[in-house]
Design a binder for this molecule. Sequence first.
Ligand code: ATP
Ligand code: MG
Ligand code: MG
Ligand code: MG
Length: 482
Amino acid sequence: MKSAEIRQKFLQFFESKGHAIVPSSSLVPANDPTLLFTNSGMVQFKDVFLGNEVRPYKRATSSQRSVRAGGKHNDLENVGYTARHHTFFEMLGNFSFGDYFKRDAIHYAWELLTTVYKLPKEKLWVTVYQEDDEAYGIWQNEIGVPAERIIRIGDNKGARYASDNFWQMADTGPCGPCSEIFYDHGPGIWGGPPGSPEEDGDRYIEIWNLVFMQFDRDAAGTLTPLPKPCVDTGMGLERIAAVLQHVHSNYEIDLFQNLIKAAARETGCTDLANNSLKVIADHIRACSFLIVDGVIPGNEGRGYVLRRIIRRALRHGYKLGQTKPFFYRIVKDLVAEMGEAYPELAKAETRVEQVLRQEEERFGETLEHGMKILDGALAAVEPGAELDGETLFNLYDTYGFPVDLTADICRERNVEVDMAGFETAMTRQREQARAAGKFKMAAGLSYDGAKTVFEGYTHLAAQGKVTALYVDGASVPRVEAG
Ligand code: ATP
Ligand code: MG
Ligand code: MG
Ligand code: MG
């Protein structure tokens, strides 16, 4: 079953159960400055759950474009390392706003998985919150999942990927237990069932999270039952596609295979299993959709996250031997793959290409040089030891290497990074800049693309007015007032 069909079947199934099909909202959350990016299907319904907004429906379903590359959920570091994490993914969801609750949510999920998608029941494992006897009872007695495949999970804050079955929107407000469904990809793949010490592996993969919003938590931590409990669920399209296409990794599904081939074509890499191709295929989706939704590479906030993702992709291209702009050339392949489901992507194709190309040209000026410096520095570091903070800072400041980019390269070579040293260098720079007096953004150098900024910098440097207050090698420099 192709990804497009899986998405369609999900929406149709919930439509047949009285849900309104609601289009995906933007990756930039409307009216929510606290959230960097839309990271799940519930984001566009936040006010409905809180009771501050009323919609003409009580049940909704959506396929929500989501990014987890910053803020509370950050999977950027997992990309290229696990079979199941992306920076950008699609979250299929069904929602009840004070209408049905736990029982129906569980029955719907099971029906869809086992009768529409026809998954073998014995490969499905479920988790419930440790105190949630009600959910446990539904799974065991009504659905018939054997006790050995129902696992109680607490607020597990320990292990890197460990399940945490109590969900909350924020420190106060709606919250409740959740119940998750896992698929066992079978022996031969490292990993243990949810809740076990080996859960970090990729054998048992979480496919669907059912959240039961049941309480209101006050500032003192007291839980009061909500008058109308709600349901919020999320299933990663790419993960369920992997299961339905009988492959283990998300990167082996139809949609990704074509992007990986495109990345191979543009970088000249002939080994389709190369990890860098996966990273590039992942990142072209996140970067393109962020640009579609109005984010522009920059030095702060959302723009800086976008810049970091682009630069990671470019570094992986460089690793494969590509030193020329290539990333923007994959946009057309992405449009071929996803333009039908997301017409806004198809419409923005040229703009996305332009923005990416500009950023590639800009970083291309410093990437190669920076890599030589880094390689030189790394040659002197023993595996397991640390790369010093001054080098991290120099790469950041002069060559536009976001510190997480350098850290990622170090991780590949089993080298740690001295973050404290980096912070010290940053602080020193800030203080020097402050001591130098009053600053303002260079007139006429407001962001409108790489070239302007670089020309402006050179021009002002010639006049001796530029201070070193820029936060990365390709950022907007600030100049002394007057
Ligand atoms: P994991 O434990 O594997 O990191 P999660 O518990 O963080 O997943 P949820 O926040 O419960 O994920 O999100 C709901 C669903 O969205 C998950 O069950 C999964 O199918 C999907 N999902 C979450 N994060 C990602 C990601 N980075 N890439 C692809 N799919 C994801
Ligand atoms: Mg996660
Ligand atoms: Mg999880
Ligand atoms: Mg989860």
